[in-house]
Design a protein around this ligand. Sequence first.
Ligand code: FPP
Length: 251
Amino acid sequence: MSDSPTVQNAPDLTGGAVGGDGPTHVAIIMDGNGRWATQRGRPRSFGHKKGSEAVREAIEGAIRSGVSVLTLYAFSSENWNRPPSEVRDLMGLLRLYLRNEVAQLNKENIRLRVIGRRSQLDNDINVLIDEAEAKTSQNTRLTLVIALNYGARAELTDAAKALAAAVVEGRESLENITEDRFAQELSTADLPDPDLVIRTSGEQRLSNFLMWQCAYAELMFTDTLWPDFTKDDFADAVTLYKGRDRRFGKR
Ligand code: FPP
């Protein structure tokens, strides 16, 4: 987004007023690692490695902008359909991240959370996630949420099933099933909804990401490939967000 013509669906800010409140929760669909590598004649795994380094940029951008929650879409429930070697590479990077970065996150007062179906992940990754979440649970500067084996339809189906079971077993009454009650069954129950979703690499879709939670999120698309994304790009996105008129269905 430093090359500003790449930002789409964004208002022309040159003459517009900027200065609304910044976003509390920013969610990012980190896309374009493969193309970034291919453009350089390198394997896709190289793009993913560079992409994992760009995570640091997003974290610093979020902290500088006063964001409270940053959610990163690291592995979707559909990503299992990629070639096994690529899935292995991505899981390897997540392992490395959990092993090597948690101490630094903790030092920076960052809380780490993982959302997504844990049962399909290797046991050692689950252990690393449990340890990381426990170690950082009291941190307050930023909540970093990593969506791992996450799919919104799976999450919504799980929530519907849990509520249906509660009603059938008499633990919950049908009248109590409100939007708020439903949201309590989601993996994000204790988090505010995203205010801003950024997707890199020029694609313009949600790809099964936080579909309930993003009902009123502002969407921003940039041609920048994820490994090139910087904290300045993050700051630019926040500036554009402040120029948006959020109406939540009102006039
Ligand atoms: C999309 O690029 C990116 C992914 C499927 C994975 C995102 C993962 C990382 C950035 C690395 C690990 C993350 C953490 C939190 C340590 P793509 O492969 O779909 O790119 P393409 O569309 O150009 O092929």
